[in-house]
Design a protein around this ligand. Structure first.
Ligand code: SF4
Ligand code: MSK
Length: 651
């Protein structure tokens, strides 16, 4: 579809932008997607290989042409190697983010002049204790230093088992040990995966996938969990917080600054810098009423969770935000930043500022971030944005007057406190809700946007269908932003989409039916919540016993592939709206969508229709309820399949 087509997005602000004069002569993602048609079928089916110079080789998925590459690799081997390399890249991305967080924590703990501080003493104490550190008489800085050094060691560890993997239920750890996939060190698993998938090494697709799983577990129970836990220690554990979302948060009379990317180390400092009276004074001296800081993608989620900073949009809105003409600076770091942004920014007065030593962007000003001068650099960037505000004068802007209220900031700990009350924190009400059938189960819906799918349609449609069937939903990343824009994170408004049982629980406890847990690295919070539900008792012994499932209706990133694998290998049934690139490899597809369940407890399903996908999840939840011999759900909803048009209208 091109950006001129109708129904590209179910988000009214995005649709308004796409129909406006402002975007008519711009080249946007959807236009490049259209220009790319037809996309390569071999690539889509996973059967093209170019890992050595005897190739590229491609396998004919219909059986009429070659069935082996020049070296003899079959479709299953080729697709498994390609997929494994996606896992390696996704794991590397999350884990390198984790490594930067460790670095910032170490600086906060060891340098009294650092702009970072160890904020959550309670959490660092608990983590140090969990890791066997003698905590007696030590300050939070001393403990943070030890925790940071121990976290660094997790990356280079050569043998043994990752520390956070010990949080998994015994049943799951035993599956990992029996199958030789318990992760040893984060970097080691990525390197070994790259080695095993080079020409002429591992030629058994299940063995390749096994190492892929080991690397993905090093992401979910390693790099990502380090990023989440240490960010909480450094910047403070999020608590439920109100905010607003969508392009309408931009203000015509203020300096508008957007942060985009993933790492909270710079954006936390930008939050502090924009609140500096000196900066506000400077903005006013340039004729602005104030400064609006907001975000795109997961950097946005990070500062939303801790400060209530508003969100301008999710992945497919990054270009639309620039097209408003009202953005004075967009500051980017790493991951999900489209290379197209620089050229687009040149069409407006907007300054695009890249900041990571790892990521330069064409036509962007590069102001390199350095943790040792964090606040000074943040102020320099904000100053650049403010100085740019007068350049907007006389130029037309187009800000859709559309925004939505939301509540975000949930964590494994705050869910615990909310459910049981401050004096009796407990998961009991959640478990009892499931056991008695008031709640049918729980689902994590996460992931990106993808121009193959109507923007936000997959996320919002699937979420609404699950809510209507009394499934509590947790969410992260760009799904969370999509759901927020649709009003599903608004504790009052969202209740109208819920079934009777879910509504009763949300009203009693005072939570929205969709809980925003943070950025895409924070899917580690979902793993912790699943462990907590199991520990509470009454719902089996392994994660795969739980009436729970996961989904990524609009995924696009390699990080999503790594997430999908660590979640499946942790025992979770996972529905993907876009198939993994394996369907040209029949045995591999059969393994991932069926046989792998016997090994790890979870498996994949590929279903492009989000309503059908929701019903795969409901069927799975019902099977698990029946295996656990739970009472029938209190308020069953008859399944009345909607057509795609009806579902789109309802969304
Ligand atoms: Fe072809 Fe084998 Fe080389 Fe891949 S590794 S490009 S299948 S010869
Ligand atoms: S930002 S990885 S598009 S969720 Fe985390 Fe969104 Fe996916 Fe990027």
């Amino acid at each position: 579809m091109s950006s001129k087509d109708k129904n590209i997005s179910i988000d009214p602000a995005s649709e308004q932008m796409l129909r406006s004069e402002a975007t008519q002569d711009l080249e946007l993602t959807w236009d490049r997607y259209q220009a790319m048609q037809p996309q390569c079928g071999y690539g889509q089916l996973g059967v093209c290989c170019k890992i050595c110079a005897m190739g590229p080789c491609r396998i004919d998925p219909f059986g009429n042409g070659p069935q082996k590459g020049v070296c003899g690799a079959t479709a299953d081997i080729i697709a498994a190697r390609n997929l494994a390399r996606m896992i390696a890249a996704g794991t590397a991305a999350h884990s390198d983010h984790g490594r930067d967080t460790v670095h910032a924590l170490l600086s906060a703990a060891s340098d009294p002049n650092s702009d970072y501080k160890v904020t959550d003493g309670k959490k660092v104490r608990a983590l140090a204790q969990e890791w066997g550190v003698d905590i007696q008489g030590k300050s939070k800085e001393e403990l943070a230093k030890e925790v940071a050094e121990m976290s660094f060691a997790e990356f280079g560890q050569q043998h043994g088992e990752l520390k956070f993997a010990q949080r998994a239920p015994e049943e799951q750890k035993n599956r990992w040990r029996e199958n030789g996939v318990m992760p040893r060190g984060i970097d080691r698993e990525v390197v070994e995966l790259m080695h095993r998938t080079t020409m002429g090494v591992d030629s058994d697709f299940k063995s390749i996938i096994g190492q892929g799983i080991r690397a993905s577990l090093a992401d979910g129970w390693g790099g990502s969990m380090i990023a989440t836990e240490l960010s909480d220690i450094l910047f403070g554990r999020p608590n439920p917080i109100k905010s607003t979302v969508n392009l309408g948060i931009l203000k015509a009379d203020e300096v508008n600054i957007l942060v985009h990317g993933h790492e909270p180390t710079l954006s936390e400092m930008l939050v502090a810098a924009t609140q500096d009276p000196e900066m506000i004074k400077l903005a006013k001296s340039k004729g602005a009423e104030g400064i609006t800081l907001a975000g795109i993608c997961c950097t946005a989620n990070e500062i939303l969770m801790r400060h209530g900073v508003p969100i301008a949009g999710n992945f497919l809105q990054q270009e639309l935000a620039l097209a408003t003409g009202a953005v004075d600076a967009m500051i980017v770091d790493v991951q999900c930043v489209m290379p197209a942004l620089g050229e687009l920014a040149k069409r407006f007065h907007t300054k695009l500022i890249s900041t990571s030593p790892k990521a330069k962007v064409p036509f962007a000003n590069h102001i390199e971030f350095d943790e040792s001068k964090a606040l000074d650099i943040a102020k320099q960037i904000i100053r650049e944005a403010i100085e740019n505000f007068p350049n907007r004068k006389g130029k037309s802007t187009c800000i859709p007057d559309i925004r939505e209220n939301m509540v975000a900031g949930f964590t494994a700990e705050s869910v615990f406190e909310f459910l049981g009350g401050h004096y009796r924190p407990s998961y009991r009400p959640l478990n009892e809700g499931i056991i008695t059938g008031r709640l049918r189960g729980a689902a994590a819906i996460v992931g990106c946007n993808n121009p193959r799918i109507t923007h936000d349609y997959g996320h919002v449609t699937m979420t609404k269908e699950l809510l209507a069937n009394d499934v509590l939903v947790v969410t992260t990343g760009c799904t969370a932003i999509a759901d927020a824009k649709a009003g599903l994170l608004n504790s009052g408004e969202a209740l109208k989409y819920c079934g009777k049982g879910l509504k009763e629980i949300c009203e009693a406890v005072g939570i929205p039916p969709v809980l925003h847990l943070g950025a895409c690295v924070d899917i580690s919070r979902v793993l912790t919540i699943l462990c907590n539900i199991l520990d509470q008792g009454g719902l089996g012994v392994g994660i795969s016993d739980l009436p729970a499932a996961g989904a990524a209706p609009e995924w696009m990133s390699e990080k999503a592939v790594a997430i999908g694998f660590y979640v499946v290998a942790s025992g979770v049934y996972t529905v993907l709206g876009q198939a993994l690139p394996v369907e040209g490899a029949k045995e591999l597809t059969q393994y991932l969508c069926e046989d792998i369940e016997d090994v790890y407890g979870g498996k994949f399903a590929f279903e492009p229709d989000p309503i059908e996908g929701a019903h795969l999840i409901l069927d799975h939840i019902d099977r698990k309820r029946s295996d656990l011999k739970l009472s029938p759900v209190l308020y069953p909803v008859p399944y009345a399949p909607k057509t795609v048009a009806e579902a789109a209208a309802a969304s």
